[in-house]
Design a protein around this ligand. Structure first.
Ligand SMILES: NC(=O)c1ccc[n+]([C@@H]2O[C@H](COP(=O)([O-])OP(=O)(O)OC[C@H]3O[C@@H](n4cnc5c(N)ncnc54)[C@H](OP(=O)(O)O)[C@@H]3O)[C@@H](O)[C@H]2O)c1
Length: 353
């Protein structure tokens, strides 16, 4: 069976998702929504830098809603619940890296829309939506009597090709007070808290655990050359966000991200450690486990501006989930509901993409 797919937005994740759809043997791209007027009407292949593929991008959401399609890869900058409801309401399954990793009380309306239309909404990605929830749950099957679970990212944020986001939303280059008062902790908390709750639920920890959030900053001690310009001494050059699930005085699950503008000239003197950029999943149990995931960060900050493997992996996780999501029962479905979802082999094994 071939599943008909619409791509919603062609930023970093969206463009990589189009490539993954084109390579997937069970998927066919049938439409593409873009936000930018200058992409309206252009061939999608041209937008993502490949050969023309005969599908023109459009800013006309209504035309795409009316189109016959099985699934939408919804990857714009910010989530719009009305658009997601419209997509579900007209009978399209939705996969997205923007939320809905685990349904919450606030999702009752979308759940009802999906049920009514007989379709499924699934949030996935890497962080959150993979490394922070699926992988800890999967590795936990190798332990017993687990007492603590941790998923943590260690990245050089200079490789993130979104300077406006890094400067004005993430507040790098701002004063510590500005960064601490900025929107980032709030923006991140929704998704990462869903990951924490999925771990609690999936592993049988007390679901009433208290979620505690933390944000710390490190400042430059000398001018740091960065993609957002020189960060002067005293201004924010590294940030750490952490979410803990605590039962009484015991922290049972932790998710953290460490984003550094390189690891020199920082106060406190944070660094990426001998293992460098990576993701880690740790479980304290019998036995203890530590899994280090390499390869999802680019080899250099400059390489990340051309192709960021973490963004590609996010897109792949979305696209690979499509057949399973289309076949799932209606509603908002998490990894706790869906079967094992695998990637697909190269058709000829002849070269690497
Ligand atoms: N869960 C995860 O692991 C994970 C990983 C990576 C990213 N994400 C999230 O996924 C989303 C997309 O990431 P990205 O790296 O692809 O971002 P991006 O490169 O900034 O692209 C976002 C796209 O959204 C569209 N857009 C821009 N302004 C918009 C607006 N005002 N309203 C609606 N759409 C707008 C544009 O599409 P067109 O160019 O087509 O016009 C833009 O290219 C972000 O929210 C990001 O935080 C999640």
């Amino acid at each position: 069976m071939t599943y008909r797919v619409i791509q919603w937005a062609t930023g970093g994740v969206g463009a990589a998702a189009v490539r993954a759809v084109l390579r997937h043997p069970d998927l066919e791209l049938v439409g593409c929504w873009v936000h930018s007027d200058d992409k309206n009407g252009r061939d999608v292949g041209e937008i993502i830098g490949t050969e023309p593929i005969g599908i023109n991008a459009t800013t006309d959401a209504a035309a795409l809603l009316a189109m016959d399609a099985d699934c939408v890869v919804y990857a714009p900058l910010m989530p719009d619940k009305k658009v997601v409801a419209d997509l579900l309401g007209c009978g399209k399954n939705v996969v997205t890296p923007l939320g809905w990793f685990l349904p919450t009380d606030r999702d009752a309306r979308l759940e009802a829309v999906a049920q009514e239309a007989g379709v499924t909404l699934h949030g996935t990605g890497i962080d959150p939506g993979g490394i922070t929830d699926l992988f800890p749950l999967m590795f936990s099957a190798l332990t017993s009597a687990a007492t603590f679970v941790r998923a943590e990212e260690f990245s050089d944020i200079r490789s993130y090709n979104a300077p406006d986001v890094v400067r004005w939303i993430m507040q790098f280059g701002a004063t510590p007070a500005e960064a601490m008062a900025g929107p980032m902790l709030g923006l991140l908390t929704g998704g990462f808290t869903q990951s924490l709750r999925m771990i609690l639920q999936g592993m049988g920890f007390d679901r009433s655990a208290e979620i505690r959030t933390h944000q710390d900053v490190a400042v430059a001690t000398a001018p740091i050359d960065s993609p957002i310009g020189v960060i002067e001494p005293g201004l924010v050059a590294a940030q750490r966000f952490q979410w803990d699930a605590a039962i009484g005085d015991k922290t049972v699950a932790r998710i953290a991200v460490n984003w550094l503008m390189g690891d020199e000239n920082l106060e406190p003197a944070w660094d990426l450690g001998a293992a460098g950029e990576r993701f880690e999943v740790e479980i304290k149990g019998d036995p203890d486990m530590l899994v280090t995931i390499k390869g999802l960060q680019p080899e250099t900050p400059e390489a990340g501006w051309l192709r960021n493997p973490g963004i590609v992996a996010t897109a792949n996780h979305l696209v690979n989930s499509i057949p399973y999501v289309c076949d799932a029962a209606p509603g908002i479905k998490s990894y706790l509901d869906l079967p094992l979802m695998a990637g697909r082999a190269h058709p000829t094994l002849s070269d690497r993409p």
